[in-house]
Design a protein around this ligand. Structure first.
Ligand code: ATP
Ligand code: MG
Length: 267
């Protein structure tokens, strides 16, 4: 059974896509078989991982969801530069699908309807979903099929912290419907260990989350220009250069994810 992990929070620009693509790559580097679903119509994850962009014209998330003949995610999977990562890309027309199903059963259970019958997904170790910055149809659909959610929080972004409680309360509401769902942890991103304010913020955040029993990853993702460089080249940070700090951070984080998922299964 794959672990199903959604990367989410309603705040934009916090590192959801960066974490999705580089965690998928990190897990793949560690020998795991990964299936990525790009649940964001912006399709940024698709633009980095997808090997042939033209494939997403016919194979994409809204196409699967609205297929009258019962589409499957596994049948729409496209290759990436990694032999052990496959992706179902997204497309701007997903916004239309979201509009059509809002308020209907598929508005929350569309993914679940497909997952029930998509047996080929069982071959994967991890299914990772990137989501858009809102609390809408795609986030709800993703959380309804997930075991875990990871929330990236950029250290210097006060607004991301301000919106945090809203998102945690949203997870609580979804948990009433999907009792499997757990917050695997908060991942601190865009961290600069040299800046005193960042160090102080980190201590404040860690203490606050600890007192509220909100799990945090030991790994943090340092701020670095290579992340942007990798995005510009439509590559993961590992494809850019495995020795870069960004690759080291995402590898350590991916190791921690594996340890935590396996640990939670045994507990
Ligand atoms: N560790 C980092 N160091 C420097 N820049 C980073 C880092 N992580 C992410 N960024 C940059 O921050 C910006 C936002 O990142 P990303 O697209 O991953 O966020 P997002 O949460 O997916 O955004 P959206 O909500 O729009 O989908 C990008 O320009 C990205 O290159
Ligand atoms: Mg994104």
């Amino acid at each position: 059974m794959p672990y199903i992990i959604t990367i989410a929070t309603q705040k934009g620009g916090v590192g959801k896509t960066t974490t999705t693509v580089n965690m998928a790559a990190g897990l793949a580097e560690l020998g795991k078989k990964v299936f990525v679903i790009d649940a964001d119509a912006q399709a940024n994850t698709s633009k980095i991982l997808l090997q042939q962009m033209e494939l997403r014209e016919t194979r994409n998330v809204p196409e699967v969801l609205s297929d009258p003949n019962g589409g499957l995610f596994s049948a729409a999977a496209c290759p990436t530069n990694y032999p052990n990562i496959m992706i179902v890309p997204n497309h701007i027309k997903c916004l239309l699908w979201e509009e059509q199903v809002r308020g209907s059963v598929d508005g929350i259970l569309g993914f679940k309807r497909i997952f029930h019958k998509d047996e080929a997904l069982q071959e994967y170790d991890y299914i990772v979903l990137d989501t858009p910055p809102n609390l809408g149809v795609m986030i709800n659909n993703a959380l309804m099929i997930s075991n875990y959610v990871i929330i990236p929080v950029p250290i210097p972004d006060q607004f991301a912290l301000d919106g945090f409680a809203t998102f945690v309360s949203h997870i609580g509401k979804i948990r009433n419907q999907n009792t499997e769902l757990k917050l695997l942890g908060v991942l601190l991103t865009k961290y600069d260990a040299r800046a005193t304010t960042y160090k102080n913020n980190r201590v404040i955040i860690e203490n606050t989350f600890k007192s509220q029993r909100i799990p945090m990853f030991e790994s943090v993702i340092r701020t670095n220009v290579d992340i942007d460089r990798a995005h510009q080249k439509r590559k993961t940070i590992f494809e850019l250069d495995k020795k870069k700090p960004g690759a080291q951070d995402y590898l350590a984080f991916s190791r921690e994810v594996i340890r935590m998922c396996d640990g939670q299964k045994e507990a």
